[in-house]
Design a protein around this ligand. Structure first.
Ligand SMILES: [Zn+2]
Length: 500
């Protein structure tokens, strides 16, 4: 005897309800397990109170302002205003007399500075603090938009204003302030401390950071920690997280520009072929844009979501905790916005195009430049392979354009003491902030230092708002004076932690 229609339907509904209940329980259980752990009590305690007197804070802000007044603009060697760079280094000597009398100084390619404070221990691995004091030029067409002249270092409204305020005279000055403070207090490090100040980060760091890293490598140094610029403390939070998020870069994307060239027969346009060189190039670009690189949440991006996910509101947390089921939904969401899309894949940006000489002449050649930012896990080589297969036209030439062809950096460890101590210092100096590893989308000097450490972190201890970040390399770059002092405290706290 078969079941009646009604019985069958009832059975099916029961089965479906049971399945949904099981599924719901799994989703909910995963989401619950993915919740943020309670912070351990020690994380909140300020173990090393750092006292900076108001008069000292004011002097720090004053020194910072002077550092912004020198236009150390990065240009290729021949066009560089070398005397201004020299003047800046002289200003550092005058501002930090203890640092420059107690630390050993080595000049690299004349303008980069490597400082060494010898620690008591010969066996403990040393620390390396990296910063750069060159800045990008100010676009003359935007100069009237600056509230204060870009190289005035004006102190007003709770901010210090000027080109380089965040990128990266903050890193340069705050690191040296911390050393000066520690020296004044009679601090003796057990680990040796190195500082590497680059003078050409904004144009690739070839003379500065690359050379300093090479020297340290030749000396056989292996560092416990390398700390450079990169992430900051986002006071407004991120992705629905209502507390500050301190982003610590553990990897950076690679960079390459490819030139695509289509060739044709020059001639009169009265008897054209079916497609000109421009048409073939356009079709190739169309296919390239239609075939984005594969997206994935792996390596440093997975580490990022693992860190911030538990702090997100319930729904995104549910999605992140159940990637086995909702992965494609998550990907679709991340792909929608350019900033999150850039986190999960190698990006493709067709930035320049050229071809043709006259309206009635067939173009002999058409070229396009395409800029790629390469996700960790891929390489310049795999990018070229992908492009070749995506455009599927062997008559289109593909070649690397320009001097910069950089593979993505390796990924720094986060399961080690150095990363834990950085996180701990973040929690101490920026109470309530969540420390999260992430991938830096631009290039920094940090990539050169993997030859001397696997613990390379990109974090500038400054509290910033999104509005402040958009001013970097733009108009009205500025830094909050209160933030400067916190930044100094961060470096002091970290150095003390790493020298128990
Ligand atoms: Zn920078």
């Amino acid at each position: 005897m078969g079941l009646t229609m009604g019985e069958a339907m009832t059975k099916a509904i029961y089965a479906l309800t049971a399945a949904l209940l099981v599924l719901g329980t799994i989703l909910w259980y995963n989401t619950w397990r993915f919740a943020a752990p309670r912070p351990s009590p020690s994380a909140a305690a300020d173990e090393h109170a750092i006292r900076i007197a108001p008069a000292d804070s004011a002097a720090m802000v004053e020194r910072f302002s002077r550092a912004l007044q020198l236009a150390t603009v990065s240009r290729e060697t021949a066009r560089r205003d070398t005397p201004v760079f020299q003047e800046f280094l002289q200003l550092l000597r005058e501002s930090f007399p203890r640092v420059f009398s107690r630390m050993q100084e080595e000049r690299v390619n004349e303008l980069s500075v490597l400082l060494h404070w010898k620690g008591d221990s010969d066996t403990l691995r040393p620390l390396l603090f990296v910063a750069h004091y060159d800045v990008v030029p100010v676009d003359s067409s935007t100069i009237h938009l600056w509230t204060y002249p870009p190289f005035s270092g004006t102190i007003a409204g709770g901010y210090v204003w000027g080109r380089g305020a965040i990128d990266d005279k903050a890193g340069t000055m705050l690191t040296l302030e911390a050393m000066e403070y520690l020296l004044a207090g009679g601090f003796r490090p057990r680990r040796s401390i190195y500082i590497a100040l680059g003078h050409d980060e904004e144009i690739g760091g070839l003379e500065g950071a690359r050379e300093m890293a090479r020297r340290l490598d030749q000396q056989g140094r292996e560092f416990e920690l390398v700390l450079d610029e990169g992430g900051t403390v986002l006071t407004e939070g991120l992705a629905g997280i209502s507390r500050p998020v301190a982003l610590v870069g553990i990897a950076e994307k690679g960079y390459v520009t490819l030139r695509l060239t289509a060739r044709g027969e020059a001639g009169h346009s009265s008897m054209p072929p079916r497609q000109t060189a421009i048409g073939r190039l356009a079709a190739a670009i169309q296919r390239l844009e239609a075939h984005p690189f594969p997206a994935a949440i792996t390596g440093p991006t997975k580490a990022f979501f693992d860190a911030v996910g538990p702090h997100m509101p319930f729904l995104p947390r549910l999605v992140l905790a159940n990637r086995w089921l909702l992965g494609s939904l998550l990907m679709a969401q991340l792909e929608r916005q350019p900033p999150t899309n850039a986190l999960i894949r190698t990006t493709t940006a067709v930035t320049m195009i050229q071809g043709g000489v006259k309206p009635n002449v067939l173009p002999a050649q058409a070229t396009a430049l395409v800029n790629f930012r390469i996700r960790p896990g891929e390489s310049v080589e795999t990018v070229i392979k992908h492009v070749r297969s995506a455009i599927a036209d062997t008559s289109i030439g593909i070649e690397i354009f320009g001097k910069l062809a950089i593979d993505p950096s390796p990924t720094s460890r986060i399961d080690n003491r150095a990363f834990r101590q950085v996180s701990q210092s973040i929690r101490t100096v920026f109470p309530g902030a969540l420390a999260a590893p992430y991938t830096v989308l631009g290039a920094t000097d940090s990539r050169y230092y993997y030859s001397v450490s696997r613990a390379v972190y990109r974090f500038l201890p400054l509290e910033v708002r999104y509005d402040d970040l958009s001013r970097i390399h733009g108009v009205n770059e500025r830094v909050a004076t209160a933030g400067l002092i916190k930044g100094v405290r961060f470096y002091i706290d970290l150095i003390r932690r790493l020298n128990p």
